[in-house]
Write a protein that binds this ligand. Structure first.
Ligand SMILES: [Zn+2]
Length: 376
């Protein structure tokens, strides 16, 4: 035992002495690389880049240095150059599995950043195949399919992620169905589109754009009763958003000569959601058009009593007073109204990033989050 130990120690010492000059030579790139990493941690990318370039010139086996070099190119606006570096690394036969996975992940980001979406997806598919357990890979792939507007694939992957994480987001899954349906009807496949709108509502009864688009599709095909039923379902199930169906319902009922049916629709919404002024104002407008001025006035005052701060109701009251010819009271009210008018804001804004819009949206153009728009 003893002699073995001594022989071993001797061998090590001899080996150390023999290899000493080589080790010293090797040390330089190592410390170069380390200082590059430190610079990176301090956010000094340009300086890190220079050190990394030198590192890989003198130590062509330093895979992490190549990976970082590529990453900096991508982050400083040269994703194509980054992709080239990362792609060339993949050709090496001696990569460890975790290195290969890291390179693939960077390559996906390079392609994503340079907008070569198909290559990004192809690479991300490879990555998820190799590294099935990593949920981040699946999320990356999902974001790529969203970017590509491939809603059926996005649906598939989001569903998979939800199952994996034991979470539910039926609202977003439903919106994918709507997006997919809109794509179908744009390509002339109305029926296919409607199937998706129906699936969306099955997933989420509160999916407002599904009702609107479903009804619109029926309307385009002349199935006006079916369209009416779909839009009425929206006003019943989602009275908060009923106002989005009002114009469609009015047009269709007017065409059928059944405009009067709007009264009942408004009343139902008012009953369900008295605090949203839209239905009340539309109802008052309807009464006014039918010449039932006193009834309109009574109802308006009744609503104002409940919601004295509602500017839209006050404006409606002002219009009624003018119509009645009560100019003194109208002027008083007008003055009060003007004093509290601020700049008219946008109607909807994203609860995630604050993006403002006058149209209702379900997919934020600012931060790409889903279903983040709240009605002001
Ligand atoms: Zn947003």
């Amino acid at each position: 035992m003893d002699s073995l130990l001594i022989t071993g120690t001797l061998a090590l010492t001899v080996g150390g002495m023999m290899w000493f000059p080589f080790l010293r030579k090797k040390r330089k790139p190592r410390s170069l690389y380390l200082s590059a990493v430190h610079l990176l941690l301090e956010g000094r990318k340009e300086e890190a880049l220079e050190k990394l370039k030198k590192t890989v010139t003198s130590d062509t086996e330093n895979i992490p240095a190549y990976i970082q070099l590529g990453a900096i190119y991508r982050e400083t606006g040269y994703p194509v150059r980054a992709a080239k570096i990362h792609r060339q690394l993949l050709v090496r036969g001696d990569l460890e599995e975790d290195e290969r996975i890291s390179i693939l992940r960077h390559l996906v980001l390079d392609y994503k950043t340079s907008n070569t979406l198909d290559l990004a997806i192809e690479t991300a598919e490879q990555l998820t195949q190799r590294d099935k357990k990593d949920i981040e890979n699946k999320k990356l792939l999902l974001s790529l399919y969203e970017q590509k507007k491939d809603w059926d694939k996005a649906f598939f992957y989001r569903q998979g992620i939800n199952k994996w994480l034991k979470q539910r987001d039926q609202g977003i899954l439903a919106l994918y169905k709507v997006m997919s349906g809109i794509r179908q009807v744009e390509e002339g496949a109305e029926r296919e589109g409607r199937i998706r709108f129906r699936e969306a509502i099955k997933l989420d009864k509160g999916c407002v754009p599904a009702y609107l688009n479903w009804g619109d599709s029926y309307r385009r095909e002349g199935r006006i009763e079916d369209a009416l039923k779909t839009w009425k379902d929206l006003t019943n199930r989602n009275p908060d958003w009923a106002h989005l169906a009002f114009d469609r319902l009015k047009d269709a009922l007017y065409e059928l000569g059944r405009y009067g049916e709007m009264e009942e629709i408004y009343q139902q919404v008012i009953q369900k959601k008295p605090e949203t002024a839209d239905a009340a104002i539309q109802y008052i407008e309807l009464l006014r058009k039918q010449g039932r001025l006193d009834q309109a006035m009574d109802f308006c005052e009744q609503m104002i009593e409940k919601y004295p701060d509602s500017t839209p109701l006050r404006i409606t009251q002002f219009q009624l007073l003018r119509k009645k010819g009560d100019s003194k009271e109208a002027l008083d009210l007008g003055e009060k109204l003007l004093s509290r008018i601020s700049t008219p804001g946008n109607l909807y804004d994203c609860s995630h990033c604050g993006y403002e819009t006058s149209d209702p949206l379900w997919h934020c153009p600012g931060c790409h989050q889903w279903d983040t728009f709240l009605k002001n």
